[in-house]
Design a binder for this molecule. Structure first.
Ligand code: FEO
Length: 393
């Protein structure tokens, strides 16, 4: 299998993963994903940028079948979906030097047990001359790990970004064919691993906007020939301003909590607020996670089971709390059969979140007229909050 030409001296040697259905054993991948690696052939030296997930080593190996020599392996990020085949690459090319920053070196040693003497440490801004092609390293810590770096190839106006700006999409096309699919795949990835670090990502984005870029080659998903498409999408996602959206993850056992969700949804929609309800028992956790990128308010809805909150709702509350979304207000509604400690659990789950917390609405059994009036008040409070945020007239 011959490496696939991206542009002069740059070849794709990565692997689509059409069948992978979960990322991080957590987030569904409706369109699969890919692990991209790139071969850069200068007049004097050859470099490989990243490797592939070890489950796809055979694909990378087939691309490298006729590549007699690799001088450098650039490790932009040590998480194993990109670095996991490094030991196999080094076995095939025993003279190759691993190029990494000092943090990446530490992680390569602990995660991959590569001999230390194989690693050459570079600093932010360092350049590697391949003969007519130059690799320039740009550190971008905390895309979601501390060691991540980007690689700029000025002679081709090409930026390699690893996870940053990547999308979960398995495709046989090197370049984007369907922007909508890529947008959703990129937002799914951003929401899961990058959104908690959005304040740092703002700085990375500003840095790369100063570069002269014709193409962006990420390590997941197809290559961007229109860099503005993904840069503008990221600018929207990292913005501090949420949208006029209530994210409403809910679960119901006998219909009482569901009745509350449906009532609150209809009241909010009547008042001009967009509602995104997700039935936790059936929802795609990736879609729910993507919704946290935009929502101004998050209302969790759950019944009590045994003596406490339904555990699937607790999982969502925990997940949302570590995503640290930009939402400005939170709330809880739910029902119980005879008692329990759900309210205490709600308070403890939301205690670390710096945002407003609306008065919870907890009802015994089917909601009564009084309970619906409490939901009316909650809807009014949400609308008022969205007005204050400038999201509603
Ligand atoms: Fe795609 Fe952080 O690995």
């Amino acid at each position: 299998m011959n490496p696939r030409k991206v542009t002069d001296g740059v070849f794709f040697v990565g692997a689509p993963d059409w069948d992978r259905r979960l990322f991080d054993a957590l987030i569904p991948l409706p369109e699969g994903t890919s692990y991209n690696a790139y071969l850069i052939t200068g007049q004097e030296k050859t470099a490989l940028i990243d490797t592939v997930d070890p489950t796809k080593w055979e694909v990378l190996k087939a691309y490298l079948e006729k590549v007699n020599n690799i001088d450098y392996v650039v490790i932009q990020h040590v998480e194993q979906d990109h670095s996991g085949s490094l030991p196999m690459v080094l076995e095939k090319y025993p003279n190759a030097v691993v190029i990494a920053n000092s943090k990446a070196k530490e992680l390569i040693l602990t995660h991959l047990h590569v001999p230390e003497e194989k690693i050459q440490v570079i600093e932010d801004g360092d350049k590697l001359d391949l003969g007519g092609l130059t690799l320039q390293f740009i550190f971008a810590p905390w895309v979601h790990w501390p060691e991540t770096m980007l690689t700029y190839l000025p002679e081709r106006k090409l930026l390699f970004t690893c996870d940053f700006l990547g999308s979960h999409l398995a495709t046989s096309s090197l370049f984007i064919e369907d922007e909508r699919l890529v947008y959703l795949g990129a937002k799914r990835y951003y929401a899961e691993i990058m959104s908690p670090f959005r304040n740092l990502i703002k700085g990375h984005l500003e840095k790369i906007k100063k570069l002269d870029i014709d193409m962006i080659a990420p390590s997941h998903g197809p290559i961007y020939q229109n860099p503005d498409f993904i840069i503008e999408a990221y600018e929207e996602w990292i913005s501090d301003q949420p949208k006029n959206i209530v994210l409403l993850p809910w679960i119901s056992m006998h219909g009482s909590t569901q009745a509350m969700v449906e009532y609150l949804t209809s009241k909010l929609v009547e008042k001009g607020v967009e509602v995104q309800p997700y039935d936790i028992s059936k929802a795609d956790l990736g879609e729910l996670t993507m919704a946290t990128v935009d929502a101004a308010t998050i209302i969790l809805a759950a019944p009590t089971i045994l003596t406490n909150m339904h555990p699937m709702a607790e999982l969502v509350a925990y997940w949302v709390s570590i995503l640290r979304p930009k939402a400005k207000a939170y709330g809880f509604i739910g029902s119980y059969g005879w008692g329990g400690k759900t309210l205490e659990t709600v308070k403890s789950l939301f205690s670390g979140i710096k945002a407003d917390f609306f008065e919870p609405v907890l009802v015994k059994g089917l909601p009564t007229q009084t309970d619906y009036e409490a939901l009316d008040k909650l809807a009014d409070a949400i609308v008022e909050k969205h007005r204050v945020l400038g999201l509603l007239p």
